[in-house]
Design a binder for this molecule. Sequence first.
Ligand SMILES: Cc1cc2nc3c(=O)[nH]c(=O)nc-3n(C[C@H](O)[C@H](O)[C@H](O)COP(=O)(O)OP(=O)(O)OC[C@H]3O[C@@H](n4cnc5c(N)ncnc54)[C@H](O)[C@@H]3O)c2cc1C
Ligand SMILES: *[C@@H]1O[C@H](CO)[C@@H](O)[C@H](O)[C@H]1NC(C)=O
Length: 480
Amino acid sequence: MSNSQEERSEPFRIAIIGGGIGGLFCALSIHHHHHHSTMPGQDGDDVNGNGHSKSKRTIQIDVYEQAPQYREIGAGVGIGINAARLLHRLGLGPGLVQIAGQRQGTWFAFRRHEDSAEIVSVPDAEAEPGDVRQSPCARSDLLELFLAAIRERGAAALHTEKACAGVSVLNADGDGDERGGGGRVHLQFRDGTTATADLVAGCDGVHSVVRDQFVTGANNKSVESGMIAYRGIVPTAALAPGWPFAHWSNIWVGKHRHFLSYPITGNAQLNIVAFVTKRLGGGRLIGDREDEANKYKNIRESWSSLCDRDEVVADFAGFDEPVQRIIGLMDERPGRWRINDHEPLARWHFAGGRVVLVGDAAHAMLPHMGAGAGQSVEDGWILGRALSEHLGGSSNEKFQSLESTMQFYQDLRLPRAQKVQAASRVSGNLYELQTEEMSRLSYEDSLPVLAESLRERMKFVWSEDIDDSYSRMRDEEAVR
Ligand SMILES: Cc1cc2nc3c(=O)[nH]c(=O)nc-3n(C[C@H](O)[C@H](O)[C@H](O)COP(=O)(O)OP(=O)(O)OC[C@H]3O[C@@H](n4cnc5c(N)ncnc54)[C@H](O)[C@@H]3O)c2cc1C
Ligand SMILES: *[C@@H]1O[C@H](CO)[C@@H](O)[C@H](O)[C@H]1NC(C)=O
């Protein structure tokens, strides 16, 4: 190793582009692992690997968010138990429990649209010791929880109104020992300012600028699902009198549409997402109506676009009374957007490991497994843990270079994230009774197919503990 004393005293600079759930959790995770991995035996787990603990280079983390504030509107996001475990390990458990809704044992009850009769009820993952459980919450509450922790711990410098316009790599010779800080990444922002970093984490979401700079061709493509979603938040207190169900997690299923609700904010609020397929794969219009086509064309992909509540009323006419009551409580201008995902990427790191993708930037997925935010949390956890081994001078050769470290992160995370990404596409078509198999079936005959395919569908997402998978992969013999 050729680190001079001078290089060692300079902090290793990490630039996080995008302060959404993925970016903020990534900052917390890098900070946490960096400061805990010098203490082998912490929590009974030698996170430094091989009990090795050299004096470590200090780090500096900067988060660059394009928006003027970190607090966005957004509606609810599901934090599955797989991600909730990681939040608890990071010390955010009590805060998470406070803001989460309680599903009371039911992930979702799927119901017939016209009379709410139950098709199938999918049980929720069972809670684990320490109040670790499924944690659906408001996106803004979750961001607030992360921000408070970042400030309290001094984990990162938070910048706003810093939209990244591009990154370029200096001294990109690609080899050598980057622990000395050989190559730097240069960041340009839209306001004309610049910054440099030793590692750039692109956490800038589905429209990632960082990704678009490195990924070419067919992989660099957003894919339309043909579905739109209306969203809103309504108070449960207004619904409680005469609410016919024992819990708040329901999906009313119609052909080419489904209406979904789950509780957030300690069950004070219901998160509503109502999906309608306007166009099937291959561009075929539902109902082949010209006006539908024109309407769809004008709907934006943006999280912040709104519509008139009348559109929700029209699209969900004929749905049972509880649905009508919910719609009546939605804002007169509910959110409405197109939902798109992205083709799977072959690579998540570039420029000798100095640029890496995290969250939706790496694996934008449709929302139908309720797993997108959880997958970005898993990314952040693993990236932080692996980076701390690299910077801590682990003697495990998997963490020798920044590039091999990022490859390790990718090897562990990519297959799982892409499995969820693919499953999310299928789920959307299942819920709307429009898979290839179902397209030949009547509404009635589709329902048993739906019930059967839902029983075990979520299990692989919830049951894997990515931390255990990390330890296993780290300790595997290298393939020579
Ligand atoms: C405003 C908003 C509202 C959302 N609402 C919902 C919702 O209601 N339900 C749901 O299921 N999911 C929602 N999502 C998506 C969900 O949060 C993500 O799918 C998931 O959390 C993965 O997060 P991520 O951090 O990878 O990406 P995101 O949550 O998309 O975060 C990306 C962040 O990067 C910032 N950013 C983007 N480009 C740049 C740039 N060039 N420079 C600097 N910063 C940049 C964005 O402003 C954003 O803060 C929303 C996302 C956003 C941005
Ligand atoms: C990827 O796609 C975006 C948006 O279409 C484009 O601006 C960008 O140049 C593409 N990137 C590469 C490397 O081809």
